[in-house]
Design a protein around this ligand. Structure first.
Ligand SMILES: Nc1ncnc2c1ncn2[C@@H]1O[C@H](COP(=O)(O)OP(=O)(O)OP(=O)(O)O)[C@@H](O)[C@H]1O
Ligand SMILES: [Mg+2]
Length: 145
């Protein structure tokens, strides 16, 4: 059984968050995920997590997307094993993970090749069944895998 998946490496630089956001939204659009409000939320989550990987992480950064009906999981891996933690927002930041928590169903961090991967399950796509799944695709929840 399969799900819709995409994975790509992020060129590190000041443009990384914007470049990734455009790439992720393009993939989601190809898969049929185009509802304005849902895409706006997804866009913020992508930007914050990629910005964090570039600013606070280390090594190469890799994006992955998994989709099955209304369930979409966005992941960002980097080479640092430091686990991101929400902190009290102050004048220097601390709002990124607050936003991610507010705009996702859940998120967590897992070990990944000596570094870590932040996995965020986006809000359920508003069309009850999501875009039509490809033939033979699974509707399992990968966060439980
Ligand atoms: N990929 C990461 N690798 C290591 N540490 C991280 C990572 N992402 C976040 N963190 C840690 O978690 C903290 C909270 O992240 P958060 O995005 O909420 O705030 P911020 O990045 O400091 O500020 P802001 O996002 O508001 O500009 C960061 O300050 C950092 O210490
Ligand atoms: Mg941040």
């Amino acid at each position: 059984m399969t799900t819709l998946t995409a994975q790509f490496d992020v060129p590190i630089g000041v443009d990384s968050p914007g470049t990734c956001r455009r790439a992720v939204l393009a993939v989601l659009a190809v898969w049929g995920y185009q509802h304005d409000d849902w895409v706006a939320d997804a866009s913020v989550v992508v930007s914050e997590l990629v910005t964090n990987a570039v600013q606070h992480g280390a090594g190469s950064v890799q994006i992955s997307l998994e989709a099955y009906g209304p369930h979409v999981v966005f992941s960002v891996a980097d080479g640092s094993s430091v686990v991101p933690r929400r902190r009290e927002p102050d004048g220097r930041g601390g709002r990124g993970l607050v936003l991610v928590e507010a705009l996702t169903r859940r998120w967590h961090v897992e070990e990944h090749e000596g570094g870590k991967r932040v996995r965020a399950e986006l809000r359920l796509y508003p069309d009850a069944d999501g875009p039509p799944p490809p033939p033979g695709s699974a509707r399992e929840d990968p966060l439980q895998a």
